[in-house]
Design a binder for this molecule. Structure first.
Ligand SMILES: Cc1cc2nc3c(=O)[nH]c(=O)nc-3n(C[C@H](O)[C@H](O)[C@H](O)COP(=O)(O)OP(=O)(O)OC[C@H]3O[C@@H](n4cnc5c(N)ncnc54)[C@H](O)[C@@H]3O)c2cc1C
Length: 449
């Protein structure tokens, strides 16, 4: 029987956990088992349908495993014997482990809408061959309906509308698309940009049936409207893939995620760890269960799990929730709590806003207006959240804000930032919007910290 010190089941966070383990424990033999021959960059999936042109242009190179001395087995783990510490694979192979990591991810949520099983209705699976089929089916279709206006739905819409002769409609049951991720002012801007590209965005609307013969022909909305549809994308969220964990008796928690402690150890078995979409998460802010599933969270958890396999090194401080997206060249980023979330939780907050071109002077080629909003707790002055919209620098600015949140920086700390600036690369040092938004919050926070 094959033996390994560490066996990992999974893809994106599995690779990250393996690399982290090998960094901390270079003598350990690590084997990664994954179902797919090729693992996709999950966040790049919407771009397969436009910008990158196909799944083959959106893969995580296996060289990462090879370069880090991790053995890859392409197969599916179908059972475990936790007492004997053996993983059973579909093709009858057995592997003995010392430590096991579940990084089995998530599956798309398929809502119980009548007609959801019809041909050309596609949940967003992270599978190479499946997505190749969806791409082929897209050729020649005229009307695409996307159910769900979260960031996956919006990114799909922005990519699909680039296909010639296609009408794209997003149906969202909240009053705004991206509402669960961003404040209304940012949602409105995103909707306007999406609509300017020709995408129809229907908010406060719910799909109640998917109609047609064998294949979808239309979708019916609760308002009575009927939309023509030759192809439907379901972008309404994901659920943890914890079936195997449940089968072998590991305790599950919130939304059936594998229950883990702050060291990413499963509650039920000290030799089994879990990371990424398949396991439970707590909010960084209040420790309550969090349903956020993001690559930023998954890979952070994976680094922690890999480091802790043979002795505790790091602990997980919880989900900050940082993400960015881009619609027709306009980027949006959010880290931590939105203003809406903070107010809904009855938190007393101070908001600071600032904007400036992302070059100085603003007349530089490709200059874009950057808008920044920062949210601070009134009692401590600590930053709780931030939002940025603008050009490509939005992606890294929001990461700066995530770091500020992680370290519970105060407005008065951010005011003292010494930001590196350059005319072609950043806003002016006088107008740097993160610093200026903090400056605006400092006065109202005076005496509260
Ligand atoms: C369309 C889309 C766009 C996204 N964009 C972003 C983004 O821009 N930014 C962001 O932060 N997040 C984004 N996300 C979320 C992000 O992709 C997930 O949070 C991330 O993929 C989670 O990684 P994971 O390793 O936990 O799980 P997964 O990526 O789901 O990987 C799990 C792997 O485990 C394998 N597996 C499962 N069971 C077994 C088994 N029994 N044996 C062997 N292998 C098994 C699966 O085949 C799969 O390869 C996006 C998600 C989607 C669907």
């Amino acid at each position: 029987m094959k033996k390994a010190d560490v066996v990992i089941l999974g893809g994106l966070s599995g690779i990250t956990a393996g690399i982290s383990c090998r960094r901390h424990y270079p003598d350990k033999k690590v084997v990664l088992i994954r179902k797919e021959g090729t693992v996709l960059i999950p966040c790049g999936i919407p771009y397969i349908f436009g910008t990158v042109g196909g799944p083959e242009n959106n893969v995580i190179p296996d060289g990462l495993l090879e370069n880090n001395g991790i053995e890859l087995i392409t197969d599916e783990a179908i059972n475990l014997d936790r007492d004997k510490k053996i993983v059973y694979l579909k093709d009858n192979e057995e592997i003995e482990y010392d430590k096991l990591v579940f990084a089995t991810g998530s599956n798309p949520l398929v809502p119980p809408i009548p007609g959801v099983e019809k041909e050309n209705v596609f949940p967003v699976k992270k599978e190479f061959d499946y997505l190749k089929k969806v791409l082929q089916k897209m050729d020649g279709v005229k009307n695409i309906v996307i159910i769900g206006g979260g960031f996956i739905g919006v990114e799909f819409a922005d990519e699909c509308r680039k296909r010639r002769g296609v009408n794209v409609t997003v149906v969202e049951m909240q009053s705004h698309c991206l509402q669960l991720a961003m404040d209304d002012d940012y949602c409105d801007e995103a909707k306007q940009i999406l609509e300017e590209t020709g995408v129809k965005v229907l908010t406060d609307e719910r799909v109640i049936s998917i109609n047609g013969g064998e294949s979808v022909e239309s979708v019916k909305l609760a308002s009575g409207k009927e939309l023509k549809a030759d192809l439907v994308i379901l972008g309404i969220g994901c659920v943890p893939n914890s079936e195997l964990a449940e089968k072998v008796g590991l305790e599950l928690g919130f939304r059936k995620g594998i229950k883990v402690d702050r060291f990413m150890r499963s509650y039920s078995d000290a030799n089994i760890f879990a990371c990424g979409d398949c396991c439970t998460k707590q909010s960084f802010f209040d420790g309550k269960p969090s349903g956020v599933m993001l690559a930023s969270v998954a890979t952070s958890e994976a680094r922690i799990a890999g480091a802790n396999l043979f002795s505790p090194v790091h602990h997980n401080c919880g989900v900050i929730s940082v993400f960015a997206t881009i619609i027709n060249g306009q980027a949006f980023g959010v880290a931590g709590l939105t203003e809406r979330e903070a107010r809904n939780n009855n938190m007393e907050i101070v908001v600071g806003k600032a904007e400036a071109p992302d070059t100085h002077p603003g007349g530089m080629p490709q200059s874009t207006l950057l808008k920044v909003k920062l949210i601070f707790a009134k009692d401590t002055g600590a930053i709780l959240g931030g939002a940025v919209s603008g050009g490509k620098s939005t992606g890294e600015m929001i990461n700066v804000l995530s770091a500020c949140i992680l370290h519970r920086m105060k407005a008065s700390d951010i005011v003292m930032f010494q930001m590196g600036t350059h005319p072609a690369l950043t806003s002016s040092p006088i107008a740097y919007p993160i610093v200026n938004a903090a400056c605006k919050a400092v006065l109202p926070l005076k005496g509260c910290e």
